[in-house]
Design a protein around this ligand. Structure first.
Ligand code: NAP
Length: 272
């Protein structure tokens, strides 16, 4: 007889719903929040990875981590996660880390990929925030973390759709911060730079010129998440750029002449 799985958030532990939990930054959030005593709903398409992570977190921290297999690029998948976020108990944390890159000239990118990116990055963020906020307001606390990117600030070739969707997340986080001030809710758009994750193992990146990027330009997913949570704890935000190197880089990109030279270098490294 199959054992009935315990429901995440069912015994009074805070509940965190994490998208993109099967890999990289999302998995690092799941580990960090489990270490803080949260039960979890782990969302992604690769169910076997979610099962393995759930078992690991249950054994390490005594929390319940419930896999929720869903393709957020589909209406059915997104609606399934939306229903879970709206159900009781309400999540105390919403971390939206699911995402993927589209590389290449905007007019040459497969339109289906652009539609999927809009759904996964933009529509998912909007709908999951929309259904999570009422429960958080009722509880008088909650954290909304949207994983954006350093790319959201850069007008560079080859990432036009990606950068535009991430810029949306920054604006959403800024607007929600203003609207939710004084309610106990915290909002963050996290903007990592180059981070060692599965993101760079996808087909989009197989020809990326990694050897031209120095080791100090990279961060680990764990370091990125530690900065995100520390910034929330200190009340900083809503836009958080991780790592000294990335903050310096952003300053340089915004400088008039040097900035355009730097963008040309990025274009060269990113060209397909
Ligand atoms: N790595 C970097 O250098 C970097 C830099 C800046 C920002 N970011 C952002 O960080 C976030 C996390 O990426 P990562 O670096 O951790 O990459 P990753 O290791 O490839 O993780 C991406 C996650 O998104 C999930 N995902 C992708 N498409 C999905 C879909 N249609 N439905 C459901 N889940 C989907 C993947 O799960 P499944 O494949 O199992 O569905 C996976 O868990 C992304 O939003 C990315 O834009 C990454």
């Amino acid at each position: 007889m199959a054992l009935k799985r315990a429901k995440a958030g069912g015994v009074g532990r805070p509940l965190a719903l994490v998208t993109g939990a099967s890999s990289g930054i999302g998995a690092a959030y799941a580990r960090a929040l489990a270490a803080r005593g949260c039960d979890l709903v782990l969302v992604a398409r690769r169910g076997e990875r979610l099962e393995a992570l759930g078992a690991e977190l249950g054994a390490a921290h005594g929390v319940v981590a419930e896999p929720l297999v869903a393709d957020l690029a589909t209406e059915a998948g997104l609606a399934k996660v939306e229903r879970r976020a709206a159900a009781s108990p309400a999540p105390a944390w919403l971390v939206h880390a699911a995402g993927f890159a589209t590389r290449g000239a905007f007019h040459e990118v497969d339109p289906a990929k652009i539609r999927a990116q809009l759904r996964v990055h933009v529509e998912t963020a909007q709908r999951l925030c929309r259904v999570s906020v009422p429960g958080m307001l009722a509880a008088g606390q909650g954290s909304l973390v949207l994983v954006s990117s350093l790319a959201s600030f850069m007008t560079s070739k080859h990432y036009v759709s990606y950068a535009a969707t991430k810029a949306y997340l920054n604006t959403l986080a800024e607007g929600l911060t203003i609207e939710l001030r004084g309610t106990g809710l915290r909002v963050q758009a996290l903007c990592p730079g180059l981070t060692r994750t599965g993101f760079l193992e996808t087909d989009e990146y197989k020809d990326f010129k990694y050897d031209k990027v120095p080791a100090w330009a990279w961060m680990s997913a764990e370091a990125v998440v530690a900065e995100s949570l520390a910034a929330l704890d200190r009340g900083r935000g809503p836009i958080v750029v991780t790592g000294l190197v990335n903050r310096a880089f952003l300053g340089a990109v915004r400088a008039p002449i040097f900035g355009s030279a730097l963008c040309k270098l990025i274009d060269y490294l990113s060209r397909k």
